[in-house]
Design a protein around this ligand. Structure first.
Ligand code: NDP
Length: 490
């Protein structure tokens, strides 16, 4: 009898299944279209050596379920949304009380809460587990974020702790919290990923357009940055992307394009960015929770404007603005951009973690933010060395109100902020967009000011046109006042 079952053998499912088998666990696999079962078994034979026999393929869902040891642990990695409900419909009739269903997809957390309730009526435990790291992570060690009944987590813990990415700080998985929490943490991870990527894109743009650095110089700069505080997967791949010549490019159908060693592939990539929805969901949820997430929402807007290439083509010649780039000390500019990127990154993580904290508070998930940071140290797209330091910040103070006021991060921003301000001022002066660096600097400056006169004015305006009332500085908080601003009321 197999210790684990996996249904859904597209990119993620196949790789996750091979990973489980490679780590020495017996696994049964199944998929709606039978051909993927054959492909997965063939891959196991090719890639797993003596562990290939740990993986067995099934084309009939009932046979698949029968092959599993009780209590059964069945994970599905299928398209999020209706397909997950279809899978639950398919499996519920074959499962028994005490079995565990695990959804590894990028699902909206409230759907998982609803599904958990439905499954629990039949005594089936439902876990929704965020899986990060894409295809490579699934195959060799992802970051895994499970949420749902603790008892279900305890049943799969021995397996997922081995399957997850391994770091000096332990396997990149932990029990996140109650129903929906795993999806939520994975969603915010993706929101942070959006802002990390946008910040790096802005740094590249500034160094290219203002600094005049060519691709080789840029690749060296990013490689250098990857040796210290910015050390991360995204900086590492950026250095590789910048240095890659225009070869090894294939059509979607697998046909190779004629290569050209004299140019870089990045210079041939159209500046139209796609997105799949997790960034939007994070920003929507931040708004619903009343948590400021300017870095992530600036990154999301940047993707929308980037995807609107045709409108930019029409509007660009019509909109006036500076065109001349100043002559600057190149080394100073590189250092400034590095510092600006780092400060922006700290703000984005602060926003993401505060969002998780607020969602957790509202739903009693009890998410440990230090543990969240630890399990992102490996196997995921936002893996970064500085997550160690974020973990330490929450170890120092588990109730830390904001990463910005942790003693170490506060000190770092204090020393680097002159650079950050120079970069943002430079971008404004020369007309280069740097939405996430600018939004994060505003976030920092808003929290730096105890008094925000503009906020008082906005509240007064709200009272003027909507009688929304206001509190007074000279009266206790919570006492509301209304002004008859004019003789004429409307
Ligand atoms: P896809 O999201 O492309 O989904 C394809 C799989 O879903 C196939 O196995 C397909 O079966 C199955 N499927 C679709 N509809 C149904 C249905 N009605 N009933 C049963 N099965 C159905 O696969 P991925 O591997 O890319 O992703 C799986 C999950 O993991 C998704 O939620 C995705 O968001 C998430 N994820 C993906 C990452 C990635 O890098 N791709 C990274 C992290 C998470 P069939 O073969 O029969 O069509």
């Amino acid at each position: 009898m197999a210790e684990f079952g996996l249904y859904g053998l597209a990119v993620m499912g196949q790789n996750f299944a091979l990973n489980v088998a490679e780590k020495g666990f017996s696994i049964s696999v199944c998929n709606r279209s039978p051909s993927k079962v054959d492909t997965c078994v063939e891959r196991a034979e090719k890639e797993l050596g003596e562990n290939a026999s740990n993986l067995k393929g099934y084309k009939d869902p009932a046979e698949f379920i029968k092959s599993l040891a009780k209590p059964r642990k069945v994970m599905f990695l299928v398209k999020a949304g209706a397909p997950v409900d279809a899978c639950i419909d398919l499996f519920l009739e074959h499962l028994e009380e005490g079995d565990v269903l695990i959804d590894g997809g990028n699902e909206w957390f409230e759907n998982s809460v609803r599904r958990g309730e439905r499954c629990s009526e039949k005594g089936i435990m439902y876990l929704a587990m965020g899986v990060s790291g894409g295809e490579e992570g699934a195959r060799n060690g992802p970051s895994l974020m499970p949420g749902g009944p603790r008892e279900a987590y305890d049943l799969i813990k021995p397996i997922i702790e081995k399957v997850a990415a391994q770091t000096e700080a332990g396997p990149c998985t932990t029990y996140i919290g109650g129903p929906g929490s795993g999806n939520y943490v994975k969603m915010v991870h993706n929101g942070i990923e959006y802002s990390d990527m946008e910040g790096i894109g802005e740094a590249y743009t500034i160094l290219k357009h203002v600094g005049g650095l060519d691709n080789e110089e840029l690749a060296k700069v990013f490689s250098e940055w990857n040796k210290a505080e910015l050390d991360s997967f995204l900086i590492e791949i950026t250095a590789k992307i910048l240095a890659k010549r225009d070869t090894d490019v294939y059509t979607d159908g697998g046909e190779k394009l004629e290569g050209n060693e004299s140019r870089y592939v990045l210079d041939m990539v159209l500046d139209r960015t796609g997105s799949k929805g997790t960034g939007r969901m994070t920003v929507q949820s931040a708004a619903e929770h009343g948590v400021a997430a300017g870095g992530m929402s600036a990154a999301l807007d940047a993707r929308y404007i980037a995807s609107d290439k045709d409108a930019r083509g029409i509007m660009a010649p019509m909109l006036d603005g500076p065109t001349q780039m100043p002559e600057l000390d190149k080394e100073q500019l590189i250092q400034d951009v590095r510092n600006a990127l780092y400060c922006t990154k700290i703000c984005s993580y602060a926003q993401g973690l505060n969002l998780i904290r607020e969602a957790s508070r509202q739903r009693d998930w009890n998410v440990d933010l230090g543990e969240c940071s630890r399990i992102w140290l490996g196997g995921c797209i936002i893996r970064a060395k500085f997550l160690h330091r974020i973990k330490e910040a929450y170890d120092r103070d588990p109730d830390l109100a904001n990463l910005l006021i942790d003693s170490e991060f506060k000190e770092e921003i204090a020393t680097k902020q002159k650079s950050w301000r120079r970069v943002v001022s430079l971008c404004a002066a020369v007309g280069l967009p740097a939405p996430s660096m600018m939004a994060c600097l505003s976030y920092y400056d808003q929290y730096r000011r105890e008094t925000l006169p503009g906020a008082a004015l906005v509240q007064a305006q709200r009272d003027f046109f909507g009688s929304h009332t206001f509190e007074r500085k000279d009266k206790p908080r919570g006492e509301m006042y209304h002004c008859r601003w004019t003789d004429k009321h409307f």
